[in-house]
Design a protein around this ligand. Structure first.
Ligand SMILES: CC(C)(COP(=O)(O)OP(=O)(O)OC[C@H]1O[C@@H](n2cnc3c(N)ncnc32)[C@H](O)[C@@H]1O)[C@@H](O)C(=O)NCCC(=O)NCCS
Ligand SMILES: Nc1ncnc2c1ncn2[C@@H]1O[C@H](COP(=O)(O)OP(=O)(O)OP(=O)(O)O)[C@@H](O)[C@H]1O
Length: 203
């Protein structure tokens, strides 16, 4: 993953604010690779992964693509099933990420927004990793407000992710999103300033 620019990883557990911070980065003109959006495109209507997913999890796809509620019920809380789904999805996401990098080679900085950066992707080739984090009760309140969420689904997803404390410990920069959006925006600007002063490119 040798790049021509600084590569920043953005990660964090469910509901910690990755997408919100990724939006702020896009507004600032930084190209952001969105792993979740890539998954959704590959699983959407006519998506390249539909045949493989239907074969592995019969009844979870249709003309509108993957039924995310059904597929989620088939894999969250079932580590073996989740691993089978990941084996179908992750290689395609990795290929899309490489393509993104090549497309944005002339940009001084790119961001990889990857929920499972520490768990699966690894930080190889990245110059810095930013972890978004908020107190557990804030995280829970955000997630429980989402349609289709239940205590059990939330617990299953949390169990499939590295604990927040461990992510924080591995981060180069921790961005607190338990504050106001404006405070997070200001903290992000400071982090970007520090990253801009880092020497050299990805190894
Ligand atoms: C099972 C699916 C269809 C459920 O979709 P749904 O829209 O209900 O949930 P969504 O994708 O928004 O995820 C909800 C939360 O679960 C987390 N999550 C998703 N996949 C995983 C996983 N493999 N391991 C741990 N957490 C996961 C997300 O980061 C997010 O915090 C979908 O999550 C999926 O296809 N997951 C497998 C692909 C994957 O690993 N994606 C995440 C990183 S690329
Ligand atoms: N200071 C803040 N920074 C970021 N998000 C905030 C902040 N305050 C409130 N929020 C809200 O918290 C929610 C965070 O959700 P977001 O979709 O960004 O998280 P995520 O980490 O991408 O979640 P998931 O992993 O589940 O996809 C949003 O509704 C956002 O408006």
């Amino acid at each position: 993953m040798k790049g021509c620019q600084k590569i920043i990883g953005l990660t964090g557990s469910i509901g910690m604010g990755k997408s919100t911070v990724a939006g702020m980065l896009r507004e600032a003109g930084v190209p952001v690779f969105d792993a979740d959006a890539t998954v959704r495109a590959l699983q959407g209507p006519g998506g390249a992964l539909l045949p493989a997913i239907e074969a592995a999890f019969p009844g979870t796809t249709g003309p509108d693509g993957v039924d995310r509620g059904k597929l989620g019920a088939a894999v969250f809380g079932k580590p073996e099933a989740l691993a089978r789904l990941e084996a179908i999805v992750h290689p395609a996401v990795a290929a899309a990420r490489e393509q993104f990098l090549a497309q944005h080679c002339d940009s001084p900085m790119v961001v990889f927004d990857i929920p499972l950066l520490f768990e699966r992707t690894g930080r190889g080739g990245m110059d810095a990793v930013v972890v978004v984090s908020a107190p557990a009760p804030v995280q829970k309140a955000r997630v429980m407000a989402r349609p289709g969420m239940s205590e059990a689904r939330f617990a299953d997803i949390l169990a499939a992710q590295m604990p927040d404390a461990e992510k924080r410990a591995r981060a180069d920069y921790v961005l607190d999103t338990g504050t106001s959006i404006e405070e997070t925006r200001e903290a992000l600007a400071k982090v970007l300033e520090r990253i801009n002063h880092l020497d050299g490119n990805a190894a």
